[in-house]
Design a binder for this molecule. Structure first.
Ligand SMILES: C[S@@+](CC[C@H](N)C(=O)[O-])C[C@H]1O[C@@H](n2cnc3c(N)ncnc32)[C@H](O)[C@@H]1O
Length: 457
């Protein structure tokens, strides 16, 4: 492995006599890990695609003994699990330790979605997660991964950090998993090595400060900021964490960890942080720090946002009054309001309806709640997000269990033939996990799997 000299110098200053062990660990094969989806799995080893053992800081994370072909596992596409590097699962541990009441949480730099998925499994029931990604194309990938999880309490947005200024004092918790110089990915990603330079480290550190100061007003007084990077240098980590603490008047929050996890402390006595190095912890490089914003005012931010939206007359979506047609699609229909957005019907959890509509009108929303389907003439075409949802009422659809080969053909978006099934919309399952819908017209069935999600290889 050809590491830049300047990078090795930085590491030597930080790790001293551990430097050789660290560098040797970079040529080792990285562990393969995934997290099971609590909404679609019971969290048992038997749900894993390969034998494995638990990640110690996660209830849902497992290391696998060998790497299966995830692309060709229908359960992966059905959202039974998400492939995630093990260190990142530490976010779940942080949240579980600090949060015991439902809250509004923002994952600001969220694509492709690993940390959002961790948040979803750790946030108390009744919480609302906004998963945001600045790059549009990546925001769609984020939305795909979130949709597969099947949680109805997520909104996916595509905004710049400064766009959240309209949501002053809004979030109880914000995760900034910042774009960084990616030193922690050197073992997995040669491009990260080739793009590394001291100038890039400085540029990343400046950008991280801009992101943090842009998003700070959206955090409630007394709220929690989790700041993480997958890089080792102190400029992007301790130095920025200290800057937030000094400039924004925030105090560090300590998280309990177990010694045997091998997590290293911060390199600055004034900063409380958790560092993952691959020669000490089974996972990739990670830095995590947690800060609490000064103050404890209970804000009235929702009213403020609604007033602003009224002034701007931006309320395109409206609540559906005649809901009986749509209620039957869900297991717990009374927990939901139904919103019509052009010809799409979306179910939103009642306790968050106002908040979700306020978000929809303040931000560029990619997806929210559960999209039930689309009205097309006399037809109501069930959407893929309904098939993926934990709230799907399977009783109202005819279901067809697929063989492995049929499931792969469906996920490739090939034509399916199910002559024994009735005509109309059929829910396809693989090992009892919903994969999506087809419209059976007799001699063939039209494949409704989202074109952009299909297996291409
Ligand atoms: C480290 S990645 C996030 C990984 C993600 N949290 C996960 O666990 O899957 C950082 C993300 O920040 C986004 N990003 C880049 N520049 C940004 C900026 N100026 N403001 C906010 N996000 C940015 C990138 O597109 C990228 O998706």
């Amino acid at each position: 492995m050809n590491l830049p000299d300047h990078f090795t110098d930085i590491i030597r200053q930080l790790l001293k006599d551990q430097t050789d062990a660290f560098i040797s660990s970079l040529v080792e094969v990285p562990p393969v890990s995934l997290r099971l989806n609590p909404l679609k799995s019971e969290g048992k080893v038997s749900d894993l695609p390969e034998e494995g053992k638990q990640v110690p800081w996660s209830d849902w994370g497992y290391y696998l003994n060998k790497r299966p072909s995830f692309t060709f596992d229908p359960l992966f596409h059905g959202g039974k699990y998400y492939v995630q590097e093990a260190s990142s699962m530490f976010i779940e541990h942080v949240v579980k330790q600090l949060i015991d009441k439902p809250l509004k949480c923002l994952d600001l730099c969220a694509a492709p979605g690993g940390k959002s998925v961790s948040l979803l499994s750790a946030l108390p029931a009744g919480s609302l997660l906004t998963s945001n990604e600045i790059i549009r194309q990546r925001a769609y990938i984020l939305s795909e991964n979130i949709t597969k999880q099947g949680s109805p309490t997520t909104v996916v947005t595509n905004n710049e950090p400064k766009d959240f200024a309209v949501l002053q004092d809004f979030y109880d918790m914000i995760l900034v998993d910042a774009p960084c110089s990616g030193e922690g990915m050197f073992r997995k990603d040669d491009v990260a090595i080739s793009e590394w330079s001291p100038e890039n480290v400085r540029m990343c550190a400046e950008r991280q400060k801009n992101i943090l100061s842009d998003i700070w007003p959206a955090l409630k007084p007394g709220g929690i900021l989790i700041y993480s990077t997958c890089t080792y240098n102190t400029l992007e980590n301790e130095v920025n964490a200290l800057w937030v603490s000094d400039e924004m008047h925030a105090e560090f929050v300590e998280i309990k960890t177990e010694k045997e996890w091998g997590i290293s402390p911060s390199f600055d006595d004034k900063v409380i942080a958790y560092r993952f190095f691959p020669h000490k912890t089974e996972g990739e490089g990670l830095f995590v720090t947690v800060l609490r914003k000064d103050g404890s005012t209970v804000s009235n931010s929702l009213q403020h946002i609604q007033k602003r939206n009224k002034k701007n007359r931006k309320y395109p979506s409206h609540l559906v009054k005649e809901v009986s047609t749509y209620k039957r699609y869900l297991i717990n229909p009374d927990d939901f309001d139904f919103v019509q957005d052009e010809n799409r019907i979306i179910a939103v959890p009642k306790q968050h309806t106002e908040t979700i509509l306020a978000l929809k009108n303040s931000l560029k929303t990619i997806s929210l709640g559960i999209e039930l389907g689309e009205i097309k003439g006399k037809d109501f075409i069930p959407s893929h997000s309904l098939a993926m949802s934990s709230e799907l009422n399977r009783e109202i659809f005819s279901t067809r269990e697929l063989t492995y080969d049929e499931a792969i053909a469906y996920l490739r978006r090939e034509a399916i033939s199910i002559p024994d099934s009735p005509k109309g919309f059929i829910l396809l399952t693989y090992r009892d996990l919903p994969l999506g819908f087809v419209k059976n017209i007799g001699n063939r069935a039209n494949n409704l799997y989202p074109n952009e999600w299909r297996i291409r290889t």
